[in-house]
Design a protein around this ligand. Structure first.
Ligand code: IVH
Length: 662
């Protein structure tokens, strides 16, 4: 058994290395799961044979009570910054005045959290944060969950290496989606999310965050007979560490500047955040001659990318009410152009976010937008205040129906809980009719709002009674026989929609297209779903306790609504996953860039995914189609460069309307 445990440990360790370090999977997920299950069972039965580098430890272990302090063997230094070409030039000049033959290593400056890893006899014994540079915190339990960090390196030596823990842009997006569903504060960027994830007492939480780490520094290179920094990188790579491939040896200033400009172009396409380029003297002998200050090495510099920030006035903060009653503060900005698009609004998420940034109305604020990311207010220029600014005050009553807002314990958002709040109702109706839900063609937001204001629509069932008021509706401004007939036909057609469309349309908090599909498939009939218990819901993969609660509560509160929908003849049965095959979309990999009139990014993604298309963030040689709207980002250039098929706005609209015809 001992041999089999060893064999499985080796197979899985190699699979992890191929996948997470080399980005080159060598076995399938199914094979990996099969070996993993076998190893878990064997280790349970024969714990005495479990190896210290067992890949089963990557899922995290027992939580710790507190972080122990650790003193670093040698200080973990920071780097001096440069913000312009001139500053790089003067850095080079100073060095070259004194030393003749110098080469430089240019590296990405990863925007994460610095990390020290200590190995004894080839086994990972300690992971620590930088702390104040001299004393950091012991985070070994969390570091062990990071798939790209080897628990055992390829030589049985004692060594310390340093690098950066990062969290990918994709993980930030997923994490924030989940936090939003759970009413938790959102992470502002990948670095904050990485910091929050690595400083967890419970390593099972860290494991779920799927952190990654790049290694870029070897504190004692001479112990291993190395002569240059570049050799240290190669050496660390050969031991099994993840060392960036983008590193480049440069001889001249021109080469350094070219490296920087290339990275500026590529930056948005990387799956993780970088905030600059680190330039290091390559020869260790030269590094020693050049020396250190108390804080920095003088042989390296961090060039920080020009900021993509702009300044503008925060004219007002207004509040919107979502369909769940969630209140969101929004910044009303003096219109400003950021990276090619005009911005006049930006979400401020919640009260804590505004207070955290200490924003006042009238402030000059910093707005940033990176690539295709939604613009964000990052802070205020407090030194520009003249005393005329007004404090932000969170409202206590709903801006639409005036009912008292409620903040549930432990949550950060305020809610309007008035079931007849017009803002909530209109947004729920809009959601019900939208493309990713019941897809009622011709019923746009404004029409729903006007039917609501005229009193024809109150809840979802009212769509199906509209035909009784056909004559009255025809008389409303902007409508006629033809437009009303079209609307009524689409409403009638929507009765036959799939169960998943109906579930998604109900607007249960946290249940989007994906979960609606899971629920439809699992329960097959709305009557089974409404009768399900919290426990049975939680037993489904993808459904957590918060979501299970939301679902049970929804059906408890909306019994009559569901009864009426059934009575009206709306399909409530699962029709199977005949969904959906479309030659243009199924199995194809898409990347979306720029804005498409009338469609949100999420909507397009949903529709493509329903048809088994794969939507990813970054353009690579595996991308099949790049969808390009107005103001496309650098993804468009990358698509041209790689000769990838491009769909313009016309084309995607045509495909979407075809796909939407069920
Ligand atoms: S070298 C003695 N290389 O940037 C050399 N640092 O602003 C120490 N960082 O504290 C660091 N990418 O956390 C180095 N390729 C890279 C880096 C890098 C990111 C971080 C590191 C450091 C901070 C300084």
């Amino acid at each position: 058994m001992k041999e089999r445990i060893e064999e499985l440990t080796n197979i899985l360790e190699k699979a992890n290395y191929d996948y997470y370090v080399l980005n080159n999977p060598t076995i399938t997920d199914q094979e990996f799961d099969k070996y993993m299950r076998e190893l878990i069972l064997l280790e349970e039965k024969y714990p005495q044979y479990k190896l210290p580098n067992s890949p089963t430890s990557k899922v995290g272990g027992t939580p710790i009570d507190k972080f122990d302090k650790v003193t670093h063997e040698s200080p973990m230094l920071s780097l001096p910054n440069a913000f312009s070409e001139e500053e790089i030039e003067s850095f080079i000049q100073k060095i070259e005045d004194e030393h003749l033959k110098i080469s430089y290593v240019c590296e990405q400056k990863f925007d994460g959290i610095s990390l020290s890893l200590v190995y004894k006899n080839g086994l990972l014994v300690r992971g620590a944060t930088r702390g104040d540079g001299l004393v950091g915190e012991d985070i070994t339990h969390n570091v062990k969950t990071i798939q790209s960090i080897p628990l055992k390196i390829k030589k049985a030596i004692d060594i310390e290496v340093r690098g950066e823990v990062i969290l990918s842009k994709k993980m930030l997006e997923l994490l924030n989606e989940e936090r939003k569903t759970n009413g938790e504060a959102l992470f502002q960027n990948c670095r904050n999310a990485a910091a929050g994830s690595i400083r967890q007492l419970d390593s099972k939480i860290t494991a779920k965050r799927k952190l990654d780490a790049f290694i870029y520094h070897l504190p004692n290179p001479k112990d291993f007979g190395l002569k240059t920094h570049y050799e240290s990188l190669e050496f660390m790579k050969s031991l099994g560490f993840k060392v960036s491939d983008s590193t480049k040896l440069c001889k001249t200033k021109k080469e350094i500047i070219t490296y920087i400009n290339n990275l500026i172009d590529k930056r948005d396409l990387l799956p993780y955040d970088i905030d600059g380029v680190v330039i290091k003297v390559n020869e260790l002998e030269n590094q020693e001659k050049i020396g250190y200050t108390s804080k920095y090495p003088k042989w390296a510099i961090a060039y920080k990318f020009p900021s993509q920030d702009v300044y503008t006035k925060l004219k007002d903060i207004i509040f919107t009410v979502g369909r769940t009653g969630q209140i969101t503060p929004n910044a009303v900005l003096e219109p400003v152009i950021v990276m090619g698009s005009t911005i006049s609004r930006a979400t401020l998420h919640n009260e804590d976010y505004v207070n955290g940034l200490d924003l006042k109305i009238g402030d000059t604020v910093i707005v940033s937008k990176a690539g295709d990311v939604i613009p964000e207010v990052k802070g205020a220029l407090k030194e520009r205040r003249d005393g005329s600014e007004k404090d932000f005050v969170m409202i206590e009553n709903c801006p639409i129906c005036d009912s008292k807002l409620i903040k549930k314990e432990g949550l950060i958002d305020y809610f309007c809980l008035n079931d007849s709040c017009p803002a909530r109702n209109i947004n729920s109706l809009i959601h019900f009719a939208s493309r990713s839900a019941m897809n009622i063609e011709g019923l746009g937001e404004e029409i729903i709002e006007s039917f609501y204001n005229e009193g024809y629509l109150r809840d979802f069932t009212d769509f199906y009674y509209l035909h009784q008021y056909k004559e009255e509706l025809k008389l409303l401004e902007g409508f006629g026989e033809k437009s009303i007939n079209n609307i009524l036909t689409s409403i009638e057609k929507s009765k036959a929609n799939s169960l998943e469309r109906l579930i998604s349309g109900l607007g249960i908090r946290g249940v989007g297209v994906k979960n609606a599909k899971v629920l439809a498939k699992e329960y097959k009939d709305i009557n089974n779903l409404r009768a399900s218990s919290k426990e049975s819901l939680e037993a489904i993969k993808d459904i957590g306790p918060t979501l299970a609660n939301n679902i049970v509560n929804f059906f408890t509160l909306n019994k009559a609504l569901i009864d009426n929908l059934i009575e009206l003849g709306i399909n409530v049965r699962y029709k199977g996953s005949k969904e959906k095959h479309n030659d243009l979309v199924t199995g194809k990999r898409f990347v979306i860039t720029g804005t498409i009139e009338n469609f949100s990014r999420d909507e397009i993604k949903n529709i493509l995914e329903i048809n088994k298309g794969i939507v990813s963030e970054n353009v690579s040689k595996n991308t099949d189609i790049v969808i390009t709207g107005k103001n496309p980002g650098s993804k468009y250039n990358k698509a041209l460069e790689l000769n990838i098929q491009i769909w313009d706005e016309e084309k995607i609209k045509e495909v979407l309307s075809q796909l939407n015809k069920e």
